[in-house]
Design a protein around this ligand. Structure first.
Ligand code: SF4
Ligand code: SF4
Ligand code: SF4
Length: 183
């Protein structure tokens, strides 16, 4: 029997203070620029891994980080009411989910997930934190206990979503063609 392994590790955490957010959307712009190909060559908020949920009439601005990809809609949706306004069940969900276009690359359809601005050498602070002039996003290091479990890497997750969308045969054919062209 395989036992769960509990590991202590220091992780980066971005703290969100929604009361300080003014809805400037600078975080979306820098995130999309950081992940552009080539890096910083363009901006497109639809490609950002952070998204601002806005209700300007009620002065509500909530930055939401892209979380895990899911290949099926969940059945545990939550309805939130803030200052008397009720929000759609999926509004504050961080998943890249088949039920909507949130957190999917508009060109490729691949799921987008916040990678904390993974870079080599690492950035001192994630770019969205650097861009936020209102301290709505702050960067902290915290120690967490984590159960060690195998999770698919970004490439595997991307392939899974392509297989789901186009079928295994088509994806295999495309891969064979691409590798032939690359030889
Ligand atoms: S940069 Fe800061 S203030 Fe501007 S939208 Fe993002 S979180 Fe809000
Ligand atoms: S977007 Fe989130 S809450 Fe809505 S169905 Fe998908 S996983 Fe569930
Ligand atoms: S931490 Fe980096 S990858 Fe994540 S949302 Fe902010 S800018 Fe984008």
């Amino acid at each position: 029997m395989v036992e769960d392994v509990i590991e202590k590790k220091t992780v980066k955490v971005i703290k969100v203070d929604v009361d300080k957010c003014i809805g400037c959307r600078a975080c979306e712009l820098v995130c999309s620029a950081f992940h552009a190909e080539p890096k910083y060559s363009s901006t497109n908020p639809a490609k950002a891994r952070i998204r601002l949920i806005m209700d300007e009439f009620n002065d509500i601005y909530i930055p939401l980080y892209a979380g895990e990809y899911t290949d099926a809609e969940c059945n545990g949706r939550n309805v939130y009411t803030i200052d008397g306004k009720t929000y759609d069940e999926c509004t504050f969900c961080r998943a890249s989910c088949p039920s909507r276009d949130f957190f999917k690359d508009p060109d490729s359809g691949l799921p987008l997930k916040c990678d904390m601005c993974l870079d080599d050498p690492p950035l001192e602070e994630p770019l969205c934190v650097q861009a936020c002039r209102c301290d709505a996003l702050t960067y902290e290091e915290v120690e967490q206990e984590e159960e060690k479990e195998e999770s698919p890497d970004e490439m595997e997750t991307g392939l899974q979503s392509l297989v789901k969308k186009h079928g295994t045969k088509k994806v295999m054919e495309s891969l064979a063609r691409i590798s032939k062209e690359a030889d």
